[in-house]
Design a protein around this ligand. Structure first.
Ligand code: HEM
Length: 475
């Protein structure tokens, strides 16, 4: 009995050894011990994925391989590693890693979640719409929206009450995306998100989308888990119905024969020319709302928390803004005259990479990165959070210190937007939005917290700060 038990154990250990050697062959990137079938899935349980990925980097280096179910995944950290893959070898690394859940939700019609012809066409239309003159007009609209944000903050914070700035900043970011997509037709009121059906649907989809979907990592479960979690697919469908109702309303008043005034009309023009399906427009609108709202909003919320915890930096920022701009509100044309303001924005992007693991890619061929073999079919994850906090890239990386960007024209912080052909489509919009919102609110208000907020983060589709309350006093 004992002999046969020992024999079974020996065979299991041998098979586990063979399984792990299989990963270790041909110059494979280092990584933790992998269990058969589940790989490293259980190791990740209970740990926020971006912190797990940062630990992997600190322990194993800039190229690490792990196994999640059936999916072999490689984490790339540090600027040179990410650049070597996405800028030097775009033909191998540009496509998205296919995920059963995303394919079902978007039905193959998305900028974010697809690769190949559809992606090229859909992204091309959006990029061609963002001309310099349209962008200038959008910047005027953004400034107007920020004035409304300031009015709402003044009204609520009257008398030094503590407020949670999340819903104000999120509504502002959402209204800016709505403006970009739908022109004047949709807005959400400050402080009253519940009245806007779109806002409710978006929040529900975002919350569920952040959870791991088992069918994405165990393909043999795809059939069994098809359409699950049910609540996600129902909400997603309902969100699509809602964006399609906006598209259909617009079709009643816009026939595509005049110059488009917003991105929706640009897509309608292309639909009328037979370049894109009508249903796809609804999915692309969802794409841009999901990608463009919480990313910008959370970067601003992290900035408010960091500047409450570092009042000397907040004062330095105010004094630059007040000295250069005087009584009026900031414009984009002020940007080059405000080095400290720019440094604050860069530092917030670096310190709190709000898309901590980017959006995953797939290697389409066997290749090498930093001397390690990457295999065709590997899921490629940009470890952006760990790159921003890498002790090899930055001195005292955990410290919030904008002065690191003064007299330093390094653009490494821009890696937070990804790089190569799939670089963030909204990068210029996000940079203008961050500049206009941060310069305006810190010129107008002094933010204060009665206790230290800290740098804890909540993992989700985008990284968020923990909830906090601040007083907002007019300067
Ligand atoms: C602070 C703000 C933002 C950050 C840090 C950020 C970051 C990123 C990152 C890391 C990616 C993945 C890049 C890759 O796959 O290699 C991405 C993709 C994308 N972003 Fe952003 N983003 C921001 C704001 C925005 C905004 C405002 C919009 C919309 C207007 C937007 C639209 C997109 C889209 C559509 C993609 C997918 C591009 C593609 O797959 O071709 N993002 N973003």
């Amino acid at each position: 009995m004992i002999t046969s038990t020992l024999l079974v154990c020996a065979i299991i250990l041998f098979l586990i050894g063979v399984w792990n050697r299989n990963f270790a062959r041909k110059n494979s990137p280092p990584g933790p011990f992998k269990w058969p079938i589940v790989g490293n899935f259980l190791m990740m349980k209970g740990k926020a994925p971006h912190l797990f990925a940062k630990d992997l980097y600190l322990k194993y280096g800039p190229v690490v391989r792990i196994q999640i179910g059936d999916c072999s995944s490689v984490f790339l950290t540090e600027y040179d590693t990410i650049k070597e893959a996405f800028v030097d070898k775009p033909e191998i690394f540009a496509p998205r890693f296919p995920r059963a859940s995303r394919e079902k939700a978007f039905r193959g019609m998305s900028i974010i979640a697809t690769s190949g012809e559809f992606h090229k066409k859909a992204r091309g239309i959006a990029s061609s719409h963002i001309t310099q003159s349209r962008f200038k007009k959008l910047e005027e609209d953004i400034s107007h929206e920020i004035e409304l944000l300031c009015d709402a903050l003044k009204e609520t914070s009257n008398g030094g009450t503590l407020i949670d700035p999340h819903k104000y900043i999120k509504s502002c970011a959402l209204n800016i995306i709505f403006k970009f997509l739908f022109g004047k037709s949709i807005r959400c009121d400050y402080g009253d998100n519940s009245t806007n059906q779109l806002v409710v649907e978006i929040n529900q989809v975002v919350q569920i989308a952040a959870r791991p979907f088992l069918q994405d990592f165990f393909p043999y479960l795809t059939k069994l888990l098809d359409g699950r979690p049910k609540v996600f697919f129902e909400r997603f469908e309902s969100l699509h119905e809602y964006t399609m109702s906006i598209v259909n309303e617009r079709l009643k008043v816009y026939d595509g024969s005049t110059e488009p005034t917003d991105l929706l009309e640009e897509y309608i023009v292309r639909y009328k020319k037979g370049e894109i399906e009508l249903d796809a427009i609804g999915f692309i609108m969802i794409d841009l709302i999901l990608a463009g709202t919480d990313t910008s909003a959370n970067t601003i919320l992290f900035t408010i928390s960091a500047l409450c915890d570092n009042p000397d930096i907040q004062e330095k920022l105010f004094s630059e803004l007040n000295g250069v701009i005087g009584d009026r509100l900031p414009h984009m044309t002020d940007k080059s005259a405000l080095p400290y303001t720019n440094a604050v924005i860069k530092e917030s992007l670096r310190r709190f990479s709000v898309a901590p693991l980017g959006l995953t890619h797939v290697a389409t061929e066997d290749t090498e990165i930093r001397g390690y073999t990457i295999r065709k079919g590997d899921q490629i994850i940009q470890n952006l959070y760990a790159t921003g906090l890498s002790p090899k890239e930055w001195n005292n990386p955990e410290e919030y210190d904008p002065s690191r960007f003064l007299n330093n024209d390094s653009t490494k912080y821009k890696t937070v937007f990804g790089c190569g052909p799939r670089v963030c489509l909204g990068m210029s919009l996000a940079e203008s939005e961050l500049f206009l919102i941060i310069s305006t609110i810190f010129k107008t208000f002094k933010f204060k917290s009665d206790k230290r907020i800290g740098t804890d983060t909540i993992f989700g589709v985008t990284l968020s700060p923990v909830a906090y309350q601040v007083s907002v006093d007019t300067r």
